[in-house]
Write a new protein. Sequence first.
Length: 125
Amino acid sequence: MSQFKARKINKKIFERPSALPMVEKKDKTGFNEFKISKSNKAPKSIEESSKDFKALPLNKKLLQGQLFKPVVPEEKHSIEQQPFNLKTDERSKTKDKKLNEEETVVFKAREMPTYKFFEPKKAGK
């Protein structure tokens, strides 16, 4: 069994100039220690922020009238409804007619064509 051997790297590939533009490397970001104090404290608590909230005055006209006006649909002409019927009697009559028509038709098959089978000829050579 043969073992796999990788070829050596051609160093000339790395020596020639690349067609891609050079990218500048960015400096590493520094670490700053964070200290909690009253100046960089979280936003105001719910109780403190509720004092600043001001609601708009209620529009009293909304409470005076009817809130929702029902929409009454226009009267539609009623259509006379008839009971559902599968019309099985009518379908069975048409089925009987089709069967009677099929009995009158006489089936005639075509004759089988005659085929000549391949007969190999002997070569005179």
